[in-house]
Write a protein that binds this ligand. Sequence first.
Ligand code: HEC
Length: 109
Amino acid sequence: MKKTQCLTVLGLLLGATGLYAQPKADAAKGKATFDQQCGLCHDALTTDKKMGPGLKGLYKRPKLSTTGKPTSDASVNEKIDVGGNGMPPMKDIVPAADRANLLAYLKTL
Ligand code: HEC
């Protein structure tokens, strides 16, 4: 195997095991952010509607119910950034530093 191929395989393995995820997102910190910034309008434990839809199982759904886009970090981030239809834009309220933690928490729901 050529050296470049070796490195590619190594990279894939590291990527697959999550060792490349840096800095490590902290779902517990994300929960604190959620409780402060999102919990008023979103129930995390059910799909029942408060102001906005309950977010239980958000990442297990194939699509976002609001935008119809496939559920992904990009589409969830977009909703958080832009808001709309009763949700305030929260781009600056949950800055990049907290965002990874927040998404890590949402993935546990
Ligand atoms: C003031 C109330 C309010 C706050 C605060 C709020 N949201 Fe929302 N959110 C809504 C409403 C209302 C909707 C539905 C919007 C629509 O129909 O397009 C929504 C929609 C969403 C959706 C789309 C869900 C789906 O299935 O399509 C996500 C994801 C979401 N919010 C995440 C968050 C997160 C994360 C936070 C905290 C950073 C947050 N929201 C804060 C009211 C809020």
